[in-house]
Design a protein around this ligand. Structure first.
Ligand code: ADP
Ligand code: MG
Length: 264
């Protein structure tokens, strides 16, 4: 019907009894409130919003890590939100995620060689050893990593290098969709652009569709083909960066853009 690789329709996530207030017993917290969007083949869709607005909760639902309270998630048009873990398995390789903190996906006790071999062994068990090593070497090169990094452990790398390793690990299994959740937020400003450039390069080379999550409006505006703005669990606007940031009717988005212009 269309070329959406991933769709969210009226996604809702309520955390029961999690809302903090004056009463000691918490009431329900609606972290994600009727969120709908499509991610198209080959696009980088930015998800911009302040800390706590529900961005990571959306990501976790898309990754099948937590289940939505209601709403629909479609991959290539197939409803997946209610699939069992085993039924979702054939979809899991297609959607990979890179996190703000590399240690969330890179076990600090493992050497980089094993960290990169592991997903290939899981998803391509029939792959021969030589092909596996070739794939890893090619991916290292694409990600700007030296070959001698294979014998080291995560603790021996800088934050920027670790994000390169995380990206390499996610892309080795040839996903169609990449979710990047605040992947430059913990990095020095000087390396942030290098990682963004790598991401955009890899998007083109591997025809990826990327959901790029950030709290930084300038970054969202710079990298996104389309962008959506989230506030308190709701999507306040979606479109090209020009559409969304230059002439939004939404007061919250106007406030955000005016704040950035005042600063810069
Ligand atoms: N497992 C959970 N249980 C209860 N509340 C949660 C849970 N995960 C997230 N939240 C709450 O949901 C809201 C959205 O969180 P999150 O999606 O992590 O926001 P963001 O990624 O935009 O910073 C926050 O108020 C957070 O405290
Ligand atoms: Mg988050």
């Amino acid at each position: 019907m269309n070329n959406a690789v991933l769709e969210a329709v009226n996604l809702v996530k309520v955390f029961p009894g999690s809302r903090k207030g004056l009463v000691s017993r918490g009431s329900d917290l609606t972290a994600v409130d009727e969120v709908s969007f499509s991610l198209y083949k080959g696009e980088l869709l930015g998800l911009l919003g302040e800390s706590g607005c529900g961005k990571s909760t959306v990501a976790k639902m898309l990754m099948h890590l937590i289940s939505p309270t209601s709403g629909t998630i479609l991959m290539d048009g197939e409803e997946v939100q209610n699939l069992s873990e085993s039924a979702f398995r054939r979809r899991r390789r297609q959607i990979q995620m890179v996190y703000q903190n590399p240690f969330d996906c890179l076990d600090p006790r493992m050497r980089v060689r094993s960290l990169l071999e592991e997903p290939l062994k899981i998803w391509f068990p029939e792959m021969g050893e030589q092909i596996r090593q070739d794939r890893i070497h090619n991916m290292l090169k694409e990600c700007g990593l030296p070959g001698n990094c294979l014998d080291k452990k995560p603790g021996e790398f800088s934050g920027g290098q670790l994000q390169r390793i995380s990206i390499a690990r996610a892309l080795l299994v040839e996903p169609e969709i990449l979710i990047a959740d605040e992947i430059i937020s913990a990095l020095d400003v000087s390396v942030q652009n290098q990682i963004l450039n790598l991401l955009i390069q890899m998007k083109q080379r591997h025809h990826l569709s990327i959901l790029f999550i950030t709290h930084d409006l300038s970054v969202a505006r710079m990298v996104s083909d389309r962008v959506m703005v989230m506030q308190s669990g709701r999507i306040k606007g979606i479109g090209s960066p020009e559409e969304v940031f230059s002439n939004s009717a939404d007061p919250y988005i106007r406030e955000l853009t005016e704040a950035v212009f005042t600063l810069s």
